[in-house]
Design a protein around this ligand. Structure first.
Ligand code: 13P
Length: 364
C-alpha cells in the first residue's frame, strides 16, 4: 500500500533535525571548501601554485585556522575526502580546528558528474555504490552532514524528462543513505547559469526541477526536517542582456520556493554559482528582505563567493596568511549580515568583491 512507510525512529529524527537546524541558525551559513583535487588545482594555478597535496593542505589550513570569531558566521564547512584526514603544521587534525570554532564538519560524498547517454549533453552524478560504507566512516570521523551535487542545464529542450527523473532520484537515494548513517543530506540540484535565457525561464525551470526533487524525496521516505536544500538562485542566464535586479532575483527565487519547497525543510543554503562575491551577498540580502512568506531560513553555502578574495590576498605566500584570513572573515561577516537581511550593499569591501566568478559548464 502506498501509504505504508516508516518514519525514522524518534532519536534519529531528533539528531538529524538538530544538525540541520544548527547549520541554519540565524546569521550563519556554510563555507563550501570541497573542491575536488582537479578543481582545487585550477584555483591554485590561478595564483601560480602547483597542485600538490601540501599546497592544498596549506590553503585549507589557512581557512580552518582563521580567528575563532569565524564561528559566529560559519556554522558548517564542506570538506573533500583528503581534507578530512589532513592536519595543521602542528599536527592538529583539521576536523578539530573546525570543532574548536563551533563549526560542524561536512563531507562531499558524490564522486562527480557523468554524461547521460542519448541526452543533449545532460548529466547525472555518481557515487552511490559504496556510499553507505563511506558515510558510516565519515560519521565516526566527525562529519555530520553531506553534499551531493547534481547539475541541470537550460537549453532549448532541456532539462529533459530523463535528466529531471534521474537527477531527482539519485538525490533521493543519496539522501536516504545519508539519513540511515545519521548524516544530514544537503540536496543540491544546481541549474547552471550558462545560457542566454531570461529570469522567467530560470524560475520555471527551478520550479520544475524542485517539483521532481521533492516528489522523489517523498518516494524515498526522506525525513525533510533532517535535510537542507542547496539550490541556485533564480537569475537570468550569464549571456542574457537583461540582468535582473536583486529585488527581482529575490522575488523570482522566493516565489519558486513558496510553490515547491515544503515548509518542513529547515533551510535553504544557496550556492553562489559564478556570481561575484558582492552580488551573491546582495542577492541573499534581498531575499531576506523580501516581503512575502519565507518559512525556511535562507542562507549561504558559497564556494567561489567566499574564497575568491582569500586566494587573491594569500597568493600562496606564508607572509599573507593573515591577509587571506581577514578576507574570509570579511566575506563571512557580509554573508552573515545578508542571511539576516541586514547587509548594506557595498559596505564590506574585499579584494575580489565585484569580480565575476562565472566558469563555463562549472565542475566542482
Ligand atoms: P559555488 O558557490 O562556487 O557555486 O559552489 C558551491 C558548491 O558547493 C557547488 O557544489
Amino acid at each position: 500500500m502506498t501509504t505504508s512507510w516508516n518514519y525514522p525512529d524518534p532519536a534519529l529524527q531528533d539528531e538529524l533535525k538538530k544538525i540541520a537546524e544548527a547549520i541554519v541558525a540565524p546569521g550563519k551559513g556554510i563555507l563550501a571548501a570541497d573542491e575536488s583535487v582537479s578543481t582545487m588545482g585550477k584555483r591554485l594555478q590561478d595564483i601560480g601554485l602547483e597542485n600538490t597535496d601540501d599546497n592544498r593542505r596549506k590553503y585549507r589550513q589557512l581557512l580552518f585556522t582563521t580567528c575563532p570569531i569565524i564561528g559566529d558566521y560559519i556554522s558548517g564547512v564542506i570538506l573533500f575526502n583528503e581534507t578530512v584526514y589532513q592536519k595543521t603544521d602542528d599536527g592538529t587534525p583539521f576536523i578539530e580546528c573546525l570543532k574548536k570554532r563551533g563549526i560542524i564538519p561536512g563531507i562531499k560524498v558524490d564522486t562527480g558528474v557523468v554524461p547521460l547517454f542519448g541526452s543533449n549533453d545532460e548529466c547525472t552524478t555518481q557515487g552511490l555504490d559504496d556510499m553507505a560504507k563511506r558515510c558510516a566512516q565519515y560519521k565516526k570521523d566527525g562529519c555530520h552532514f553531506a553534499k551531493w551535487r547534481c547539475v541541470l542545464k537550460i537549453k532549448s529542450n532541456t532539462p529533459s524528462i530523463q535528466a529531471l527523473i534521474e537527477n531527482a532520484n539519485v538525490l533521493a537515494r543519496y539522501a536516504s543513505i545519508c539519513q540511515a548513517a545519521r548524516i544530514v543530506p544537503i540536496v543540491e540540484p544546481e541549474i547552471l547559469p550558462d545560457g542566454d535565457h531570461d529570469l522567467q525561464v530560470c524560475q520555471k525551470t527551478t520550479e520544475t526541477v524542485l517539483a521532481y526533487v521533492y516528489k522523489a524525496l517523498y518516494d524515498h521516505n526522506i525525513y525533510l526536517e533532517g535535510t537542507l536544500l542547496k539550490p541556485n538562485m533564480v537569475t537570468a542566464g550569464q549571456g542574457c542582456p537583461n540582468k535582473a535586479t536583486p529585488e527581482q532575483v529575490a522575488a523570482a527565487t522566493v516565489t519558486a520556493f513558496q510553490r515547491r519547497v515544503p515548509v518542513a525543510v529547515p533551510g535553504v543554503t544557496f550556492l553562489s554559482g559564478g556570481q561575484s562575491e558582492e552580488e551573491a551577498t546582495v542577492n541573499l540580502n534581498a531575499m531576506n528582505q523580501y516581503p512575502g512568506k519565507r518559512p525556511w531560513t535562507l542562507t549561504f553555502s558559497y564556494g567561489r563567493a567566499l574564497q575568491a578574495s582569500v586566494l587573491r590576498a594569500w597568493a600562496g605566500k606564508d607572509e599573507n596568511v593573515k591577509a587571506g584570513q581577514d578576507e574570509l572573515l570579511k566575506r563571512a561577516k557580509a554573508n552573515s549580515d545578508a542571511a539576516l537581511g541586514k547587509y548594506v550593499p557595498g559596505s564590506i569591501e574585499s579584494k575580489a568583491g565585484d569580480t565575476g566568478l562565472f566558469v563555463k559548464n562549472h565542475a566542482y
